[in-house]
Design a binder for this molecule. Structure first.
Ligand code: GLY
Length: 456
């Protein structure tokens, strides 16, 4: 039996741990640096999943060698960008995730868009800018709505969707002048805003073949529900998140649409990666897609890892052994993998940090604005069997036990063969949880969106 290490600390990474331990080949999953939430799960209590709070790459390498870890899955883009896979591969360790050089697919939108355009992959119109004034002049003159995007890594939050020129100019300031995402805002890409339905699609690449996951998810990105005027006012226009919920299957999912996505987008992209760039890319590619009212597809982003929260629903639905997919990715045998999916629908509603008292007596607005931390998480013992909880922004406190430590705190994933029941289960259970605001009479400061599962 094998040991796997998942490197990361968020909900996607917890979900990867959970999926690996279900493998018939795996006896133990280490979660590094991980988060203490896993200790509060059955698999954590029984020692199947164990947090190993090491972050340093060389320490991870030594840990894997000493503990006979046979595979490391690097879940998020920053350690990939910083070269964790390169460090581990040099020591002969098997990995899932691209080498640092190949993270350019995610950290340099201009590079990827140029590559995809040459490969004939449909994309929204775009232009790149290196200074804010020229970018503002451009948005004042083009006459259509845009999305303003940081060119580098921004934890899935570097795209600001704008309704008008004023919002576009403010977005340019946020990225290029105020540098909300640091150097990622040195260059920004201004892209035509597309209307329609978002689709998140994934493929594993082994350097020679690819395995497109024929199951896609709907990610809910806005910070709050369209009609939630109170929260919209509270957040003051800062409505951009990395996702507040997700569901799978997507309401548009059909075998015919999967075929089109593979033929029009995934296949030419992978061909460009292997044959034009000559890259030996081993890992996941994430395709953020739009399908418009005419049924036309286009790519609006490519990432080098699973989506968060998409992984928390897609991996739950996957029946194929994840360890077998991962080893085929490493060994170059993805052409031999058969994918299977169970019959359930999965709905992930994210528990976020809401309005709470700040130590100065004022208020923290709520995620994705400023939020407080350290709120006791209450009600976990009331969660129904069959509901999956994946931890994201959590910590342990000497008196309060498991507490919040982030804006997106945990994921409540409901499942059922009937979609509406999966939605009901997720909501019924998130309502059993509370984050106690100790500066405000233990009022509940947990917030969540009420329209996850609906069509946006
Ligand atoms: N769900 C968006 C992302 O993972 O980037």
């Amino acid at each position: 039996m094998e040991k796997v290490l998942v490197y990361g600390s968020g909900g996607r990474d917890h979900c990867l741990c959970d999926k690996y331990i279900e493998s018939r080949h795996v006896e133990k999953v280490y979660f590094a640096p991980g988060n203490p939430g896993v200790k509060y799960t059955n698999k954590g209590r029984r020692g199947y999943i164990e947090q190993v709070p090491i972050r340093d790459f060389k320490a991870v390498r030594e840990f894997c060698l000493e503990n006979q870890v046979s595979l490391v899955d690097v879940g998020s883009e920053n350690p990939l960008d910083e070269g964790l896979v390169d460090v581990l591969n040099k020591a002969g360790l098997a990995t899932v995730g691209p080498r640092a050089k190949y993270v350019q697919m995610e950290n340099d939108r201009v590079f990827t868009k140029t590559l995809l355009a040459a490969a004939g992959v449909p994309m929204a119109e775009y232009r790149a800018f290196h200074d804010a004034e020229t970018a503002k002049r451009y948005v004042r003159n083009i006459g259509y709505q845009v999305v303003v995007k940081a060119n580098g890594l921004a934890a899935g939050k570097g795209a600001i969707v704008c309704d008008d020129v004023t919002e576009a100019e403010a977005a340019i300031d946020t990225l290029m002048v105020k540098k909300k995402f640091g150097k990622s805002g040195d260059t920004c890409v201004i892209e035509e805003r597309k209307y329609g339905n978002e689709i998140s699609f994934f493929a594993y690449l082994d350097g020679e073949h690819f395995l497109p996951l024929r199951m896609f998810a709907r990610d809910y990105k806005p910070a709050c529900d369209p009609g939630d005027k109170e929260t919209i006012k509270l957040l003051g226009g800062n409505l951009n998140t990395g996702g507040t919920g997700c569901c799978c299957p997507h309401d548009l999912a059909t075998p015919g649409l999967s075929n089109r996505i593979i033929r029009e987008i995934v296949s030419p992209t992978v061909n460009a990666v292997y044959n034009k760039l000559g890259w030996n890319y081993k890992g996941v590619l994430y395709f953020g897609l739009n399908i418009d009212e005419h049924g036309d597809l286009c790519v609006f982003e490519i990432n080098v890892r699973h989506g968060d929260p998409e992984a928390q629903v897609i991996l739950r639905k996957l029946q194929t052994d994840l360890y077998e997919i991962a080893m085929a990715t490493w060994e170059g045998t993805l052409d031999e993998v058969k994918q299977k999916w169970n019959k359930n629908c999965y709905v992930d509603v994210i528990a976020m940090a809401g309005k709470a008292r700040s130590p100065s007596g004022g208020w923290f607005k709520a995620y994705p604005g400023r939020y407080g931390e350290g709120y006791k998480i209450e009600g976990l013992e009331n969660i129904e069997r069959g509901i999956a909880i994946f931890y994201s922004g959590v910590d342990e406190h000497p008196e309060r036990g498991l507490v919040t430590k982030g804006g997106r705190v945990l994921h409540v994933v409901g499942s059922s063969p009937v979609f509406e029941e999966a939605v009901d289960k997720a909501y019924r259970n998130i309502e059993r949880l509370a984050f106690l605001d100790h500066r405000n009479n233990n009022e509940n400061c947990l917030r969540y969106q009420k329209t996850i599962g609906g069509v946006q």
